[in-house]
Design a protein around this ligand. Sequence first.
Ligand SMILES: *[C@@H]1O[C@H](CO)[C@@H](O)[C@H](O)[C@H]1NC(C)=O
Ligand SMILES: *[C@@H]1O[C@H](CO)[C@@H](O)[C@H](O)[C@H]1NC(C)=O
Ligand SMILES: *[C@@H]1O[C@H](CO)[C@@H](O)[C@H](O)[C@H]1NC(C)=O
Ligand SMILES: *[C@@H]1O[C@H](CO)[C@@H](O)[C@H](O)[C@H]1NC(C)=O
Ligand SMILES: *[C@@H]1O[C@H](CO)[C@@H](O)[C@H](O)[C@H]1NC(C)=O
Ligand SMILES: *[C@@H]1O[C@H](CO)[C@@H](O)[C@H](O)[C@H]1NC(C)=O
Ligand SMILES: *[C@@H]1O[C@H](CO)[C@@H](O)[C@H](O)[C@H]1NC(C)=O
Ligand SMILES: CC(=O)N[C@H]1CO[C@H](CO)[C@@H](O)[C@@H]1O
Length: 529
Amino acid sequence: MIPFSLLAGALVLLVGAANAALPGEARSQLRHYYLMIRSAAYYLPLFARCRAGYQISCGATSNKVSGNVTWVPDGPFINTGKVAEIDTPGVMPMLSSLRYFPDASARKHCYVVPAERHARYLVRTTYYYGGFDGGGAPPAFDQVIDGTRWSAVDTAANYAGGLATYYEAVVEAAGKEVSVCVARSAATPPGRSPFISALEVVPLEGSVYGAVNFTAYALSTIARHGFGHNGSVIGDGSFPVVESQASVATEAFWNKPPEDVFRRGLTTSRGKSLDLQWPPAPLPAASYYLALYFQDNRAPSALSWRVFDVAVNGQPFFAGLNVSTAGSMVYGGEWPLSGQTTITLTPALDSPVGPVINAAELMMVVPLGGRTHPRDVIGMEALARGFLNPPSDWRGDPCLPKGKSWTGVTCNEDPLARVIAINLTNYRVGGSISDHIANLTAVSSIWLVGNNLTGPIPDMSLLHHLVSLHLEDNGLTGPLQESFGNLTKLQELSVQNNNLQGTIPRSIRNRAMVDISFKFKYTPGNNLS
Ligand SMILES: *[C@@H]1O[C@H](CO)[C@@H](O)[C@H](O)[C@H]1NC(C)=O
Ligand SMILES: *[C@@H]1O[C@H](CO)[C@@H](O)[C@H](O)[C@H]1NC(C)=O
Ligand SMILES: *[C@@H]1O[C@H](CO)[C@@H](O)[C@H](O)[C@H]1NC(C)=O
Ligand SMILES: *[C@@H]1O[C@H](CO)[C@@H](O)[C@H](O)[C@H]1NC(C)=O
Ligand SMILES: *[C@@H]1O[C@H](CO)[C@@H](O)[C@H](O)[C@H]1NC(C)=O
Ligand SMILES: *[C@@H]1O[C@H](CO)[C@@H](O)[C@H](O)[C@H]1NC(C)=O
Ligand SMILES: *[C@@H]1O[C@H](CO)[C@@H](O)[C@H](O)[C@H]1NC(C)=O
Ligand SMILES: CC(=O)N[C@H]1CO[C@H](CO)[C@@H](O)[C@@H]1O
């Protein structure tokens, strides 16, 4: 099992004055793995330079401006939860409110953000507890992206140190929305509520992290570091820091690193290899995406290049890398790592200068947990829209992650999960039953008993697997459709206590007469003959 707390980043400078040089800041960065390029870059989209996206301040009622970024209220993206204000002095504006979720019956609490199908997104969640519920320490819970349990959210250690915590992932949108949810887990104490302070969903350029198969995986950021900058956990004097004499056209790089990361780097003298213990904390055994950035820092000339080998934990990573003033990036898409990581740069035998390294990025490759068949997503979302007050967890992926399906929804375990049963008995749901229920072609059981549903019973002639349909005790109107008699697997049809009208279709009458196992109940109530 992966200790997901490793995936957390700590945001410093959040609490107290903006210049708060917290004693032990570097240590806490080390401990919590927040490895940054420049402190000024905290809330800018990080390595990957990106287009505008959604910056959402959870629980906010008005825009919050922080630096250049305007954070919008979360109302349009969520329809559940409660709001709290955080009065910690000096807290960053977008963290001065949060949304929390006291409803323990809901399996997840989802934000839904519009997206472009198959586009790549940076998703960042930020948590700053601020004692909103009167407790001394934040509860732990889980976070979910679409159908995948992304990680645990455990912010207690950072909170105790006066810090907020953020998590970051890169995912591809399977549909026209990305859902980001928090959910209770076994680690959530009874009576405590998951919460969230800020959410960013930012489109990335298509080339970013190009080698990764985003149909099967997401990336979860572990570390991202420009070497040789002040406050760096690495450039601590063991290697000379060099300053670049030429700028790098970073547009040419897949991952679009900011130019700034090439301004400084670490080097060694001629003939010596450079050994970096990076990232500084041990890693859980997993598959990782590792990208390394280099530039010859000297003034551009025909001789400003250097050649060296790159090895990771003694394994060749890239041999004979020729780094010029134009800069280079090398990466491993699914590199197995475990424990302490050492990056070794060994200069070519005849090289007049030592190797150099400017920056590195490390992300864990997280297998996706699956998702629901798009046809069923369309059907379930339409059903949710047709209801006046569906259960609050009827948002996000209907079936997944496992154990976090929508309330009352049962799915099979196909690679694209199918909805096989719906049971919202006595949920006091109002509204009507969407025609799009016809999309749920794998469903065998639909129970919407004892609600406040009105309008007609839609056509279900495509639901060939339907065995059991219970719509009794509602306010449904209109006729009973002929096509029900054609559903050969249907064994139970209960519609009593509604306001249905018209004649009972012959096909249903015949079934009820010839098939003694067919249970058809339409009285009391109704005006059927
Ligand atoms: C933020 O604003 C400053 C000054 O207005 C500008 O120099 C800087 O480029 C902006 N940064 C971004 C990322 O837009
Ligand atoms: C990506 O992963 C999916 C799902 O596992 C697989 O079907 C597909 O072939 C993979 N694509 C590539 C290019 O490997
Ligand atoms: C880095 O820190 C040292 C000592 O604290 C200081 O002399 C130097 O100017 C700093 N460099 C930058 C680029 O901030
Ligand atoms: C390295 O690249 C430079 C051009 O950037 C070229 O002139 C030089 O010959 C190359 N060196 C080797 C050893 O390939
Ligand atoms: C649906 O839920 C109700 C109430 O919990 C229960 O009595 C009924 O047996 C369920 N139906 C099915 C098919 O599981
Ligand atoms: C059912 O709906 C009607 C009309 O929409 C409403 O007046 C009534 O209060 C609802 N009943 C329940 C139990 O929600
Ligand atoms: C039901 O089946 C019968 C015969 O198989 C067919 O004639 C009829 O059109 C069907 N009705 C509907 C509504 O599908
Ligand atoms: C994908 C799919 O089956 N979509 C259908 C969902 O239901 C509506 C209404 O019945 C149809 O118009 C869609 O084609």
